[in-house]
Ligand binder design. Structure first.
Ligand SMILES: [Zn+2]
Length: 245
C-alpha cells in the first residue's frame, strides 16, 4: 500500500535539526522542531510511561500479494502449491481405461502424469486439448450429468440413435449409429495413407490417449522420419475426428 497522504515530519529541504535549506529555485523554507522538542522534554519528565496503542490500523494491514507487483510465475507457483482435490471415480476409471489401451498398443504402462501430459501434446490443437482434458476428468455435460437434474433426465439417453443407451463418451464416439459419427471416422480412414491399417479407435482409451501414440511401438530403436510422420498424422486424425463428432 503506498504511503501517500501519510503524515511525515521529515521531508526534503530541511536538515534533521530544523535548519533552513536552499532549494533549487532559491526560495527558503522555514521549519522548526521546537514543538517536538517541547513534547520530548515533557516525555522525559514523566514518571510513568504512556500506554501507547501499537496495534496496526485496519487500512494499513496488507494481506496477500499486491496484484500490481504479482508476476505470472508467482501466481502460477501459488496455484500449484494448493492442495489438489482427489480424483473422482470417473476420472480414475478414464485414466485406467486409457492406460490399458495405450499399453495394448505400445507396450508402455503410462503413469497418470504422463497421461495428463500427453493431452497437451503439441500436435493436438488447444481447443481439442481442453475437450480431451474435460473428457478425461469426466466433466463433460453428457449422460449421467443430466440424470441428476430434475426434468432433464431424458437428456441422459442418446437421441441420435435408437439404442436407448446412456449417452457416454464411449457411446458417442465409438458405438453410436448416428450417420455423422460413422461418416467422420470414414473420412479420417480415407485420409490415412495406409488402407491396410485401420485408424478407427477400438475404445475410448485410444481417443483419450491419442497423444501417447508414438513411433516407438517396435522397441526402443530410433524411429525413422517416416514412422514419426505416421504417428503424428494418427494423433491429429484421431483428436480432430473425436472433437468434430
Ligand atoms: Zn447413439
Amino acid at each position: 500500500m503506498p504511503w501517500t497522504g501519510s503524515p511525515n515530519t521529515l521531508s526534503r529541504g530541511k536538515t534533521a535539526d530544523g535548519q533552513k535549506l536552499q532549494t533549487k529555485n532559491g526560495s527558503k523554507r522555514q521549519h522548526t522542531t521546537s514543538a517536538a522538542d517541547q513534547l520530548a522534554n515533557q516525555g522525559v519528565q514523566k514518571d510513568e510511561p504512556d500506554n501507547i496503542d501499537l496495534t496496526v490500523p485496519e487500512h494499513f494491514k496488507a494481506v496477500g500479494t499486491r496484484l500490481l507487483t504479482l508476476s505470472q510465475k508467482q501466481a502460477y507457483q501459488a496455484m500449484k502449491s494448493k492442495e489438489t482435490k482427489p480424483y473422482t471415480w470417473q476420472t480414475l476409471s478414464n485414466l485406467d481405461i486409457t492406460r490399458h489401451a495405450i499399453h495394448d498398443t505400445t507396450g508402455n504402462l503410462e503413469t497418470d502424469a504422463t497421461l495428463w501430459r500427453s493431452i497437451r501434446h503439441p500436435d493436438i490443437r488447444r481447443p481439442i486439448q481442453a475437450f480431451l482434458y474435460r473428457a478425461m476428468a469426466g466433466s463433460l455435460r453428457i449422460g449421467d450429468f443430466w440424470q441428476k437434474i430434475p426434468n432433464y433426465e431424458q437428456r441422459a439417453i442418446c437421441m441420435r440413435c435408437a439404442s436407448n443407451q446412456l449417452e457416454t463418451l464411449e457411446h458417442i464416439l465409438i458405438e453410436c449409429d448416428a450417420p455423422e459419427r460413422t461418416r467422420i471416422w470414414r473420412l479420417a480412414q480415407n485420409t490415412w495413407p495406409d488402407q491396410n491399417h485401420d485408424i478407427f479407435p477400438k475404445g475410448i482409451g485410444h481417443v483419450l490417449g491419442c497423444g501417447n501414440i508414438n513411433s516407438r511401438q517396435q522397441g526402443n530403436r530410433t524411429p525413422t522420419a517416416h514412422e514419426r510422420g505416421f504417428a503424428r498424422l494418427q494423433r491429429i486424425l484421431i483428436s480432430e475426428s473425436a472433437h468434430l463428432i
